[in-house]
Design a protein around this ligand. Structure first.
Ligand code: NAD
Length: 294
């Protein structure tokens, strides 16, 4: 049975790691925040004192960190984790980061004989818990096949977007659209309620009409419409405003690189930036509704 080092046990990493433990894998886990480790050790995973210790003896490494700087900081440099990972190890980097960063880390890994794929995910914390995530993979097809048994324990849909970094490009296109759709959904619901409609009734109508989308089906931003959605839990948990802002920033950067025009993505980025500046950076991104709600 393979031994997996899992690094980064936040909102997404913890439930993903949990599904691997439940599938019977031997897991060694590490997070900068000791409290994040406990749920996993309670479930049977082993805790490591450092990322370097976690990868000792592991044939697979999975990381789920916030942003490019964390991923580059973890793997690269003289003290970086690539120095500790054995040749031939398979690394699944699941964070949402810049495609450029993903390529840089993958190239450094390849130079040391380490196989690496970028495998960002979609599906939210609900998908992470249920093991129904979508994995969007960039890298060699053979490495994706080697990773597939693990990915299948954490997700339902697995796509190969192309070479190194391609998974990140596809993920950023998806999240730019998600940012636009969530802001648009909040705007439409607030308009209806300001005109005297009930948020639940309007949500039910949109969910069966042409304006329906992931937010109206699974992640309604209006409190009380969906019991399981972060909106009904004071916008706690879920996908943070600052993480959405990071992704919209990545979309803007990638648009600049190729001179693409992304006016709606830029508008959404500005809305989330304003919302974050008002002290909401740690809330779930569906709290963008607060910008519209009277
Ligand atoms: P999070 O902030 O909840 O968790 C990140 C974890 O990484 C934290 O526990 C932090 O302590 C840990 N960490 C940071 N640097 C570390 C290091 N050097 N070593 C060990 N641990 C370290 O974030 P999240 O919501 O789990 O998101 C993780 C990634 O997944 C992000 O890139 C995000 O954009 C992406 N994502 C999130 C969601 C979502 O719904 N939350 C959905 C899809 C993708």
């Amino acid at each position: 049975m393979s031994r997996i080092a899992f690094i980064g046990l936040g909102h997404m990493g913890a439930p993903m790691a949990m599904n691997l433990v439940k599938a019977g894998y031997d897991l060694v886990v590490y997070d900068l925040v000791p409290a994040a480790v406990k749920t996993l050790t309670d479930a049977g995973a082993q805790a490591a004192e450092s990322a370097g210790k976690a990868v000792q003896g592991a044939d697979t490494v999975i990381s789920m960190l916030p942003a490019s700087k964390h991923v580059e900081g973890l793997y690269l440099g003289d003290e970086g984790l690539l120095q500790d990972i054995a040749k031939g190890t398979l690394v699944l980097e699941c964070s949402t980061i810049a495609a450029e960063s993903a390529r840089k880390v993958a190239q450094a890994a390849a130079q040391r004989g380490i196989r690496m794929i970028d495998a960002p995910v979609s599906g939210g914390t609900g998908g992470a818990v249920a093991g129904t995530l979508t994995f969007i993979v960039g890298g060699e097809a053979a490495d994706l096949e080697a990773a597939r048994p693990y990915l299948e324990k954490m997700g339902k849909n697995i796509f190969h977007a192309g070479g190194a970094g391609a998974g990140q490009v596809a993920k950023i296109c998806n999240n730019m659209l998600l940012g636009v759709l969530m802001a648009g959904t909040a705007e439409a619901l607030a308009l209806g309620v300001a005109n005297g409609l009930d948020a639940q009734v309007l949500s039910d109508i949109i969910a069966k009409s042409s304006g329906r989308n992931w937010a109206t089906e699974l992640y309604n931003p209006w409190p009380g419409v969906m019991d399981h959605a972060p909106a009904s839990n004071d916008y706690a948990g879920g996908f943070g405003v600052d993480l959405m802002l990071k992704d919209l920033g990545l979309a803007a950067e990638s648009a600049l690189n190729v001179r693409a025009t992304v006016p709606l993505g830029e508008l959404a980025r500005n809305l989330y930036s304003l919302h974050s500046a008002q002290g909401n950076g740690g809330l779930d991104f569906s709290s963008i509704l607060k910008l519209y709600r009277r």
